[in-house]
Design a protein around this ligand. Sequence first.
Ligand SMILES: NC(=O)c1ccc[n+]([C@@H]2O[C@H](COP(=O)([O-])OP(=O)(O)OC[C@H]3O[C@@H](n4cnc5c(N)ncnc54)[C@H](OP(=O)(O)O)[C@@H]3O)[C@@H](O)[C@H]2O)c1
Length: 369
Amino acid sequence: MSTLDFLVRKDQLAVTELRETADAPLAEGQVRLAVDMFALTANNITYAAFGEAMNYWNFYPAGPDWGRIPVWGFGSVVESRCAGIETGERFYGYFPMSSSVVLQPLRVSPTGFSDGAAHRAALHAVYNTYTRCSKDPFHTPQTEDLQALLRPLFITSWLIDDFLADQDFFGAGAHGKAVMLLSSASSKTAYGTAFQLAQRERIEVVGLTSAANVEFCKSLGCYSRVLSYDQLDQVAADADCIYIDFAGNAALRKEIHTRFVNLKYSSSIGGTHVEQLGGARELPGPRATLFFAPAQIKKRSAEWGGDVLGQRLLQAWQGFVAKVSDPAAPWLIVEHHRGAAAVAAAYAGVLRGQGDPRVGHILSLVESP
Ligand SMILES: NC(=O)c1ccc[n+]([C@@H]2O[C@H](COP(=O)([O-])OP(=O)(O)OC[C@H]3O[C@@H](n4cnc5c(N)ncnc54)[C@H](OP(=O)(O)O)[C@@H]3O)[C@@H](O)[C@H]2O)c1
């Protein structure tokens, strides 16, 4: 048996290669999972773009020049030399863009395990956790595509909304509505955030997007207003506002910090505009601050307890999934891509970032299901 790895050049993300390697026998304690399917969105491209700076290449090392981009999806155990993990069991977690992967389970429990590979020990626990589908309250077999595509993104969305509310929106809206400015409004993480924010009072959620994606964003109904990037002047310069930045576009950030004299907070979430990324030094207004989701999870776990946090997340997730998959007006249409050529084509499309924002891509390097 052999494994197919989809590799990208770390310094030229458009250059890719497929590598086939014969499978080595498992060591005691290891498991081999077939990576049945995974989602690919701009989030994964951001992992690659910040692969060196934020250690994303270190999850699945592939040599000095090439990297395996981490992806969220589902794997099934095809071979096990680990007590407590059986062949045929299915797990949700953070996989490489490969047909299979060898993991070294640690802390095996009824709900799952952590990968204990030495090279992952210093990486954040949230990415090293594999959840047993049979014990996972988020899991239903019919929503696996949506889980792979949206679960890690929506949890972030929920935490952004919770963080801002917890901080009383940094004083924005003390005398009226607080204006939330969301860049890359057509991205799944942004519209998940808008979905949560729109449920609050005295909040105006303004989506900023490229001209081609304005109609899509309007169709979602979770933005109070949608503007293209060149229409910033339609928001009053003295609006009490917060910038929630999914695009990472340096020029746009500068424009927003310069125009809005009552900008109360500037939150850096992502970097979808991979060609326009840049630093945030010496800008007027508040310091652009990186959003660190695990910090808010830690805070709420301490305040509410893990069970209550989990229940609140699950309830919000179920509401979001119902909305996104409403057959009368779906926010997301899933496209499947199976096999090496299809995966390469889908990757190139997501990297270019000009595809239909309504489409969510589910990929697999396993040739037949
Ligand atoms: N900090 C965290 O914990 C965290 C967690 C989750 C996600 N994020 C970040 O949130 C961002 C959104 O991720 P997602 O997976 O939700 O995105 P997505 O749904 O795949 O977003 C697609 C949208 O991103 C923009 N885009 C994508 N590629 C582009 C390119 N090459 N050039 C210009 N625009 C491009 C376009 O939006 P517009 O036309 O509207 O600009 C496009 O419609 C990512 O940067 C991700 O890393 C961060």
